[in-house]
Design a protein. Structure first.
Length: 257
């Protein structure tokens, strides 16, 4: 899977590096955990850049890699692989301990740590993982997943799969969103929806408002908010999903009109 991890660790001058770093000569599959599909995915949050694992550049097998200053808007399609028990319990490139049963990953150039959504191209399965390691250095591979992440995507037996990798940007402190549920031409219908939503969202107390264009002659946009990003916003979206209101429009302050 990632036989060059020791070489990279030496390149990045990480703590604890030695020729006896791993207790196993070869990688192998971890023991199956029954509830691995029920484990929670990591929640993206703003974190400081790790003091280790983020050099401006580094070399592996004679090839130089430039570590990104920022992960904004990163998206790439390529082959995902995974790594297992040979590395379990040992240091990742940013100094943390690798756990095959956590949703983590290795990437060659993303800042550590970063959060990315990995989606299998062939079946649409996806998962959010926290990138805290470097690799993989096999040609064509763009991300190395933990065993748990590989199981969730169904590639633990296949070994590899074509995936889309996209950075998930954590919400900024104090950032908010408005959730637009509908845009109706009938003002009375908009008012009924407003009242129904206010009742249905209880005990949440986020305001439900109507924004009307053209002095009342245009569309009446029914919106919930402002709602802080993170758990509060997710709770609103979950409740709307229960009400069969799916894929509402999320708006920032500058998008309101």
């Amino acid at each position: 899977m990632r036989a060059v991890t020791l070489l990279l660790a030496l390149t990045l001058v990480l703590a604890g590096c030695a020729t006896s770093r791993y207790q196993h000569a070869n990688d192998f599959t971890p023991a199956t955990v029954a509830d691995i599909h029920n484990l929670p995915e990591p929640e993206p949050k703003a974190e400081p850049r790790s003091s280790m694992g983020n050099p401006r550049s580094y070399q592996v097998f004679g090839k130089e890699y430039q570590v990104m200053d920022k992960a904004d808007n990163y998206k790439e399609r390529g082959i995902a692989s995974w790594y297992g028990m040979k590395f379990h319990g040992h240091r990742t490139s940013n100094g943390e301990v690798y756990d095959v049963y956590q949703f983590s990953a290795a990437h060659k150039t993303l800042p550590l740590p970063s959060y990315v959504r990995v989606t299998r191209v062939d079946n649409g399965k996806s998962i959010i993982v926290r990138v805290n390691d470097r690799g993989p250095f096999h040609e064509g591979r763009i991300i190395d997943l933990s065993y748990a992440a590989a199981v969730r995507l169904g590639i633990n037996k296949m070994g590899t799969a074509v995936v889309d990798v996209e950075v998930v940007t954590p919400p900024h402190a104090h950032s908010v969103r408005w959730v637009q549920v509908s845009a109706l031409s009938d003002a009375a219908a908009a008012q009924r929806l407003q009242a129904s939503l206010q009742r249905s969202l209880a005990p949440m107390t986020w305001p439900v408002s109507i924004s009307t264009q053209d002095g009342g002659a245009g569309l009446h946009k029914v919106r919930i908010g402002p709602v802080p990003e993170g758990d509060d916003l997710q709770a609103v979206l979950d409740r709307l999903n229960q009400l069969n209101i799916r894929q509402p429009l999320l708006l920032a302050a500058h998008q309101l009109n």
